[in-house]
Design a protein around this ligand. Structure first.
Ligand code: ADE
Length: 251
């Protein structure tokens, strides 16, 4: 079944090139995904000659706040016109994006992404028409468009058929709770650096073990917080204990 991603904001043209390229472009051509872009200004108040979509914040302060009438009218119209099940807003104040959230969103029928600009969106509109607020990380970027692109890409990869091998998303970094192992291709030696020998051995069992251990090593070094929730075997735990032991000796 085709999944539609509706995107609502002030800069709908920003998305087209990205979503029509590469993997998502192919999925779109195959009819698995569809992207629809909506200009928020089309819902700006009729009586407002400048098509304003924002106003100054009550209580003072810098920046502008997007008008609740415009947001609510746009989201409600789009929900009526399309079978939209869930409305997502990208904001640095949202819940963090993670694989589970992306997977859950991939199981909803059609999605609408609301991209905020300026200081934000009037809270009453958020309370009335937004189902979920998502952040892509602990930093602020200039608008919700780029964040929505990241969220949509992560969600689309979980839509069945988008990635050829259905296991790929499961095996991939983070989804398994670990960072991904390093990759190598030809030549066998580059600037005096050889490819790890085990990868040339043709021994699938040993290669799988090496990859798992490199994933564990990287995760331990870079994102030890992930190890707490990772699904670890006895062998994994033994390997990590050895790493920690070695580290203690080195220090
Ligand atoms: N808009 C601006 N910064 C953002 C972030 N980190 N996540 C989601 N939306 C944003």
């Amino acid at each position: 079944m085709q999944k539609q991603f509706h995107i609502l904001g002030l800069f709908p043209d920003l998305f087209k090139d990205y979503f029509s390229s590469s993997l998502l472009g192919k999925a779109q051509a195959a009819g698995l995904l569809d992207f629809k872009y909506h200009q928020l200004r089309d819902w700006s108040l009729g009586k407002n000659q400048h098509h304003a979509v924002d106003d100054r914040p009550y209580g003072g302060g810098s920046g502008m706040v997007m008008l609740p009438e415009v947001i609510c009218a746009a989201v409600r119209d789009l929900k009526k016109q399309h079978q939209i099940e869930h409305v997502v807003m990208t904001t640095p104040a949202g819940h963090p994006l993670n694989p589970k959230r992306a997977r859950d969103l991939s199981q909803k029928k059609n999605l609408l992404f609301l991209c905020g600009r300026y200081e934000g969106i009037d809270q009453r509109a958020v309370d009335l028409v937004v189902d979920e607020e998502i952040s892509i990380g602990d930093y602020v970027i200039s608008g919700g468009e780029l964040a929505a692109t990241v969220v949509i890409d992560a969600v689309a990869r979980f839509v069945p058929g988008v990635i050829r091998n259905d296991d790929a998303t499961v095996e991939e970094s983070h989804e398994a709770g670990l960072l991904e192992y390093p990759h190598y291709t030809r030549p066998e030696e580059f600037e005096n650096i050889p490819v790890p020998e085990v990868l040339l051995s043709g021994h699938h069992g040993k290669i799988a073990d090496w990859r798992r251990q490199e994933s564990l090593r990287r995760t331990w070094l870079r994102r030890p917080d992930l190890l707490k929730q990772a699904d670890l075997s006895e062998d994994d735990r033994r390997f990590l204990a050895e790493l920690i032991h070695k580290k203690k000796i080195e220090n």
